[in-house]
Design a protein around this ligand. Structure first.
Ligand code: SF4
Length: 335
């Protein structure tokens, strides 16, 4: 076997990737990660990998790894000429808005998001006309056009903190597009949906379907279980768990606690990563695959690096300028 390939197999094994491969499959994965990492270097490209990606992408080829807030923040500091986003399209748009001189790509045409597709710029303009004077706080899972109509962006990592600050100056506000996250935040802040916080009807196709009844079943079967759920889940589910947050919060919670077992109610890639990061801890799966995130593979990465032009992400300059204003507001209030 080629020396470089042998070294790559050793590297992936040291990261624990052999534990998620069937016998003999690691060699094929290593051949792809080796070639991708070589092409990345040649093009001075950086790969942003969201925690919902598969571990071969996150650990094998990812340079910047994290949730949407961390990736947006890290992207601002990169010296690479090219940003390849192994995440979904709205994340890549955000990276482009923050780095207008860099080329930004997503290695899949299908990397959308049900939340981002739930609302348009025209919908936000209509809401503003219906509720004049109310600030629009927008979850980052939206298009650049929607961000351009907003006053401030939030992610699941900072939404509660930013909303608290917004409520210091405003009695009411509009929160779009995730109605479940909006209701969960309203409860945490003692606000009433429809009165203090105007919500939209968007949902995440992954998080809207978890069954709260199953949490009771798992608790019976695993004494000492701690259940963690993403803030995009419906309130009935959130009421049944011990901790609600974004994926960054959930990872920190696992790292800093020592429960008998953890039930991670979110996208499957997060659970896979947690198992690899904390092999000594006990994880119970209650996950769903995001079809958009999972449309990215090592093969689609290789195809992109060989012919990137069809997958370039662009944002019209006027929309980018207005969207940047609301994203910068997030960085200011989250600091
Ligand atoms: S998990 Fe949900 S919110 Fe995240 S990209 Fe998939 S559909 Fe969108």
């Amino acid at each position: 076997m080629d020396q470089a390939l042998t070294e790559e197999i050793k590297r992936l094994t040291s990261l624990g990737l052999h534990r998620r491969c069937v016998e003999g499959a690691l060699e094929g994965v290593a051949a792809k990660t080796l070639e991708i990492n070589r092409l990345k270097k040649e093009k001075n490209a950086v790969v942003c990998a969201h925690v919902y990606q598969t571990p071969d992408i996150i650990l094998g080829i990812g340079d910047l790894v994290g949730d949407s807030y961390k990736l947006a923040d890290d992207c601002r500091k990169t010296t690479a000429d090219v940003i390849i986003f192994c995440g979904v399209h709205f994340m890549a748009e955000t990276a482009k808005i923050l780095n207008p001189s860099k080329k930004v790509y997503v290695p899949s045409k299908n990397a959308g998001c049900s939340l981002a597709e739930a609302i348009t710029g025209a919908d936000v303009r209509n809401l503003k006309a219906e509720y004049p004077g109310l600030p629009v706080v927008t979850y980052i899972n939206t298009s650049a056009e929607v961000k351009a109509e907003s006053d401030c962006i939030v992610t699941s990592a900072n939404a509660e903190k930013i909303l608290r600050k917004m409520y210091e100056k405003h009695e009411r506000l509009i929160f779009v597009p995730d109605r479940f996250m909006g209701a969960n935040l309203a409860k945490a802040l003692g606000k009433t949906p429809g009165k203090d916080i105007i919500l939209w009807k968007g949902t995440c196709v992954v998080h809207e379907r978890f069954n709260p009844e199953l949490i009771k079943v798992y608790r019976k079967n695993y004494p000492g279980l701690v259940a963690l759920a993403h803030a995009e889940c419906p309130s009935e589910l959130i009421n049944a768990v011990d901790f609600m947050g974004g994926t960054g919060d959930m990872m920190r919670y696992v790292e800093s606690t020592d429960a008998a077992a953890y039930l991670l109610v979110t996208e499957c890639g997060f659970g896979e990563l947690a198992k690899l990061r904390f092999p000594e801890k006990n994880f119970i799966a209650m996950c769903r695959l995001c079809p958009y995130m999972k449309s990215i593979t090592l093969d689609s990465m290789l195809a992109l690096l060989k012919d990137p032009s069809p997958e370039e992400v662009t944002v019209p300059a006027d929309i980018a300028a207005r969207a940047k204003h609301s994203i910068d507001k997030m960085f200011e209030l989250a600091a």
